[in-house]
Design a protein around this ligand. Structure first.
Ligand code: 3H9
Length: 702
């Protein structure tokens, strides 16, 4: 193996190369290599300029995120980057791929930056609960304006090379071979007699308005990044950049970083970063298994779901054929898809010709035989077993041999659906979340017949359509909806006990959920839950209060937003959610009638009942093997159910408060609430007794 950091000198220009696959993360090896290289180069009078670039697919994509768990080993980032910046001859960063986090910070400590056309620069640290801690908060606003620096770091979105050049982050975009162009750029600097241009010696740009700008952002962050500490720390660090000399600002950055790295917020977000990558690793898929190629997709059902799924494939250039039973259904569905694309054009996120091109990839049909050319067919009709079986019988006739047959069911038994075909090994659950072209989660449901290469293909498909695919075993509600059941059951039951919908949803939102569950039901249609429960009436708990409030709303025809009333009212001119005293009263009266004790649960009790019952169900899923890892559950909840990422998902959250605490609270609820719901799952009880965590349980199974 070659050196992680190497260099060669040709005619007075040293070319330094970092080679640390897969993404050139700036781990201890890279830092030590840079330290040695720049120390060597310092002593070479024949070197007149230095070009710093990376081998492989990208420039440095950041610090090694794993290192935060153990603490950053020496040499530290500041020390190494200072050495680079101190170079007596000009240093040019040559950037390709994505310079992220410490990658952008390394480029900022170079004196000049050139990039190839497709390079991007980003500081995504807030998504990991930290701030750019390798001098980025102090150097970036000395290269671009404070306003640009704020936008880049708060959004975390990488900036493409042309925009980076416009804001002064990039000096030149190189056409053709990057390193050749970068060396020519460096020679030109030498020829012009241009010396080092040290970022730290520049004044902060646009700092005159710092106070008002930072105050405005502080207000914005309080609303849009609730309960988070890293965005506020960022504003403090940028204030230091605007007001203090570089070294003092750097000290502020270091102190803030040290605190953030240890905080739960960052540990939670780092956990999700790795969990989202771990989900792709399925031990039952042998390494030799090759995914099947997917070049054409068929969709059955042009409804909201089918349309969203079709768009997900068209967005990556895969042709799609959409089948429905009637021309009017196709017309409505295609109108909806076109409308979605048009909205993207209006927002400026898509060019009109891109929208046309994507729409052009989606073809309607009334003839099932047209699905014969598809490599993957996804059924997305409403939840009805008889209908789905009929469709799969047809698909079995028309699909080509080897085509994968997916169902978007969210609750039905996929084994039973697959059993009507002659090829159950090709049948898999592909549970998308609405709106399917936007939501990043795909639950991939494996029956006991699903072939390993079908599973591997589904995981590949998820990655290609830019979703995170999580494998679940076939079981009612899979991972997400199964854990939703106790969570929403408790939320609902609190209404019978004297809480109002606003109190219940408020408690869940205060915890950090994107929306309260009752508002979600109003949005999705209150009738959806009762209609799925009807299909499994014989399996439901013997409890007259079980989802009684939704049943009452459905009996009254109050289906939520679409009817103007549900848990809330929507009958004002803007159809905004407003409290409905009549509904709240109706729930309490029903509680009285059913003999439910009026507990008036407070915020803490609402949160504990909802989340602890959800976590307990998660522990059962792990024991039953429905979910492979606690981390998989966390990914499902953070990407599909609005669970706050900064809490790491329900199972990580459970670890942070302690499984013993949860276990004991479950037993207390067993004494004071309906005992049938509160028996701790055996796995939870065992881990609690051992003083262990779900993370340790995951690690022990690798
Ligand atoms: C930072 O820089 C802090 C500093 O400001 C301050 C320091 C004091 N570290 O995503 P992929 C692994 S914070 C460790 O599948 P892609 C990843 O786990 C950092 N490992 O590839 C995976 O491993 P495996 C700021 C990392 O092509 C493999 O590489 N930077 C790191 O879809 C391939 O990754 C970021 O937040 C890392 N930094 O996407 C960028 N990055 O194969 C984080 C990747 O075993 N990275 N791995 O599962 C990314 O966004 C994407 O990986 C990237 C490539 C876009 C680069």
């Amino acid at each position: 193996m070659g050196e992680i950091v190497s260099y060669s000198v040709v005619d007075g220009v040293a070319v330094v190369t970092i080679d640390n696959p897969p993404v050139n993360a700036m781990d201890r090896g890279v830092r030590a290599g840079l330290q040695k290289t720049f120390s060597d180069l310092k002593g070479r009078s024949d070197v007149k300029a230095i070009v710093l670039g990376c081998a492989g697919r990208t420039f440095v994509a950041g610090a090694d995120i794993k290192e935060f768990d153990t603490g950053i080993a020496p040499p530290g980032f500041h020390e190494v980057l200072r050495l680079v910046e101190d170079s007596a001859c000009p240093v040019v960063a040559a950037v390709h791929g994505t310079a992220l986090g410490a990658g952008t910070e390394l480029a900022l400590s170079c004196h000049y930056r050139v990039a190839d056309k497709t390079a991007r620069f980003g500081l995504p640290e807030l998504s990991l609960g930290i701030i750019p801690g390798a001098g980025g908060t102090q150097r970036l606003p000395r290269v671009v304006t404070l306003a640009h620096a704020l936008d880049m770091i708060l959004s975390g979105k990488p900036v493409a090379a042309p925009a980076a050049r416009d804001m002064g982050l990039v000096d030149a975009i190189i056409d053709g071979d990057l390193m050749t162009g970068a060396v020519a750029f460096a020679r030109n600097l030498v020829a012009k007699g241009a010396g080092p241009r040290r970022t730290r010696e520049q004044p902060a740009k646009g700092a005159e308005n710092a106070d008002s700008l930072l105050e405005e952002k502080r207000k914005q962050v309080a609303k849009t990044m609730r309960n988070r500490q890293s965005p506020l720390a960022l504003l403090d660090a940028l204030k230091a950049a605007a007001r203090l000399p570089f070294d003092e600002g750097l000290k502020v950055e270091s102190d803030l970083s040290a605190k953030l790295e240890q905080a739960t917020e960052s540990r939670a977000l780092r956990h999700l970063f790795f969990a989202e990558r771990e989900v792709r690793k399925i031990p039952s898929i042998p390494a030799s298994v090759q995914p099947r190629p997917i070049t054409h997709v068929g969709i059955v059902g042009a409804g909201t779901m089918g349309g969203g799924i079709a768009m997900s494939f068209a967005n990556i250039g895969v042709p799609v054929t959409v089948l429905d039973a009637k021309q009017e259904f196709l017309d409505t569905g295609f109108g909806r898809m076109r409308g979605n694309y048009e909205r993207s054009v209006t927002r400026g996120s898509l060019k009109p010709e891109q929208a046309d091109q994507r729409m052009g990839l989606i073809k309607p049909t009334l003839d099932a035989a047209k699905l014969g050319e598809a490599d993957l067919i996804i059924e997305a009709v409403f939840e009805n077993m008889a209908l789905k079986k009929d469709i799969f019988r047809t698909l079995d006739k028309v699909a080509r041999p080897g085509a994968i047959l997916g169902t978007n069911t969210s609750t039905l038994d996929i084994g039973e659906i697959g059993a009507v075909t002659s090829r159950p090994q090709d049948v898999v659950g592909l549970h998308f979340f609405s709106p399917a072209h936007v939501m990043p989660l795909l639950e991939i449901v494996q029956t006991d017949k699903t072939a390993p290469d079908v599973l591997a293909t589904a995981l590949d498909v998820a990655k290609n359509i830019r979703k995170v695919g999580v494998v679940a075993k076939n079981s009612y509600g899979f991972i997400g909806n199964r854990m939703m059941d106790p969570y929403a059951r408790e939320a609902e039951h609190c209404l019978l006990e004297g809480a109002t919908p606003e109190q219940v949803d408020g408690a869940l939102q205060d915890f950090g959920m994107a929306m309260g569950i009752l508002a979600v039901f109003d949005l999705a249609g209150v009738e959806v839950g009762p209609s799925t429960r009807r299909e499994r009436r014989h399996l439901l708990p013997k409890d007259p209060g079980y989802y009684r409030c939704s049943d009452m709303l459905v009996e009254k025809g109050w289906f939520g937003q679409k009817t103007g009333r549900g848990y809330y009212r929507y009958d004002n001119p803007g159809h905004k959610r407003t409290p409905d005293a009549e509904a709240a009263e109706m729930f309490w009266e029903e509680g009285k009638r059913l003999g439910v004790a009026r507990r008036n649960p407070d915020r803490r009790e609402i949160q504990e009942r909802c989340f602890f019952s959800m976590i307990n169900e998660g522990a059962l899923l792990l024991e039953e093997g429905v979910a492979l890892r606690a981390g998989d559950i966390d990914v499902v909840y953070a990407s599909g159910y609005g669970f706050p990422r900064y809490r790491g998902g329900p199972m990580f959250y459970a670890d942070t408060i302690g499984l013993k605490v949860i276990h004991d609270r479950l037993l207390e609820f067993k004494r004071t609430l309906d005992p049938q719901y509160w028996t701790p799952a055996p796995l939870l009880a065992k881990l609690a007794a051992d003083g262990s965590t779900f993370a340790q349980w995951d690690a022990g199974r690798q």
